[in-house]
Design a protein around this ligand. Structure first.
Ligand SMILES: Cc1cc2nc3c(=O)[nH]c(=O)nc-3n(C[C@H](O)[C@H](O)[C@H](O)COP(=O)(O)O)c2cc1C
Length: 413
């Protein structure tokens, strides 16, 4: 590079390039994630580009209002932090993300698999939402919810779209169970090739923590990431009654994350949830699930007048946020975008990402001739005919001559 690099990056993709250079390859690969062919994460981002803007040439508004609320919490823009359970990206980890979100007037979503405690994170950002999977016994779940309540978490995010799919065509990194002496020796060759990352940990006087402090039972050590994953795998999957139980036990604002189907969205309403996120777990769950922006319109049409509908998956630009809002989302949640920012430049890098999304959204609202995000609509885009995916609304016609049982199954999806 012939010029001195500006620490400020101008797109999220540039943050990703810097993250790749800075992080040990195994840590970078854990953030890329995906499963099987990697088709879904690719579609999550590509699909946004299929929606084409229809900008105005004059008559633009000199001022634009980007603020909204999510589950009653005012936010300066419709972008909040999606929970990610990742370790070893940066010594300040989720606390840096929470501070950045607070500084930019938005909500922090904290994963129960995160490397920092809900107490530390809620202190850094009073508008923290706490995320849980369906894992462990009911007593353990109640204890974890009580702890999050006591820490001041403002809402619960229940993420239920995980089915333990395995394997990536490009391979998965070997991640140690614990960072003991042997693991450090094994990791040394990668770490030495990433001096900036290594120095940030040496300066902080800590080692990457591979435990999950939010899943710590009273009087016991925090489980390792893999220990926590094992508990989750052994927990029988939840029913819709369990969703209702979780919602009632929490007793406050409740967001169900991972909905792609219209029938599930309706069941979520019946279970009393206050919000859903149209999400495919960033493409890390069942590969070839369609991009969330394709599934959003049908879900928003079905339940958007009853509960808040959010979207996550593939958001990398402010224009993507505008598109999601126009197709029915109240706000979006971001995952990898802020992880790249965190890896590239710590808290400042996350602020940088949030600023890019704000500026990009503002440009879209300006160019489309609006004065507020509430005015965004389908009229603002060309939407290709085959763009949308309606899942779980009986949209797949049953074959005419099929036996009754088969037609019922075909009508399900
Ligand atoms: C590395 C990684 C770890 C994640 N961990 C969690 C998690 O612990 N809990 C959760 O609800 N979602 C988790 N997610 C999913 C994100 O919350 C979000 O749904 C997804 O990242 C959105 O897609 P995007 O990365 O394209 O923005 C994770 C995603 C990634 C990439």
């Amino acid at each position: 590079m012939p010029w001195k690099q500006n620490p400020w990056f101008e797109t999220v993709l540039e943050a990703q390039r810097r993250a790749e250079k800075r992080l040990p390859p195994s840590v970078y690969a854990a953030l890329v994630a995906g499963s099987e062919r990697g088709r879904t994460p690719q579609d999550n981002t590509d699909a946004f580009a299929e929606l084409e803007f229809a900008p105005h040439v004059a008559g633009h508004s000199p001022e634009r209002d980007l603020a909204t609320t999510v589950l009653g919490i005012p936010v300066s823009m419709p972008v909040i932090i999606s929970p990610t359970g990742v370790q070893a990206v940066h010594p300040d980890g989720e606390v840096a993300v929470a501070r950045a979100a607070a500084n930019r007037g938005t909500i922090m979503g904290l994963s129960s698999f995160a490397s920092k405690s809900v107490e530390e994170v809620a202190q850094a950002n009073p508008n923290t939402f706490y995320q849980m999977y369906w894992t462990g016994s009911r007593e353990q779940m109640m204890q974890r919810m009580e702890r999050a309540h006591a820490a001041g978490a403002k809402a619960l995010i229940a993420t239920l779209d995980w089915s333990f799919s395995i394997g990536r065509d490009w391979g998965s990194p070997a991640i140690p169970e614990r960072l003991n002496f042997k693991a450090m020796v094994d990791m040394a060759p990668e770490a030495i090739r990433r001096p900036k990352w290594l120095t940030s940990y040496l300066k902080s006087g800590t080692l990457p923590d591979l435990t999950t402090p939010n899943l710590q039972a009273p009087g016991q050590a925090a489980p390792t990431f893999f220990g926590a994953y094992g508990e989750w795998q052994q927990t029988p999957p939840p029913t819709w009654e369990d969703v209702e139980w979780l919602r009632k036990e929490w007793g406050g604002p409740f967001l169900l994350k991972g909905v792609t189907r219209v029938d599930d969205a309706k069941r979520a309403v019946d279970a009393g949830v206050h919000a859903i996120s149209v999400s495919n777990h960033g493409g890390n769950n069942l590969d070839t699930t369609p991009a969330t922006i394709r599934c959003l319109p049908a879900v928003a049409d079905a339940v958007g007048d009853q509960i808040e509908v959010l979207l996550d998956g593939g958001v990398r630009r402010g224009g993507d946020v505008a598109k999601a809002l126009a197709l029915g989302a109240r706000a979006v949640m971001i995952g990898r975008a802020y992880l790249w920012g965190l890896a590239a430049n710590g808290q400042t890098g996350v602020e940088n990402v949030l600023d890019l999304l704000r500026m990009g959204l503002d440009s879209a609202v300006l160019g489309l001739g609006h004065s507020s995000i509430g005015e965004l609509s389908r009229d603002d885009f060309y939407i290709p005919e085959d763009f949308e995916r309606v899942l779980g609304a009986g949209s797949v016609a049953a074959p005419v001559a099929a036996p009754a049982a088969d037609s019922a199954a075909a009508a399900e999806v």
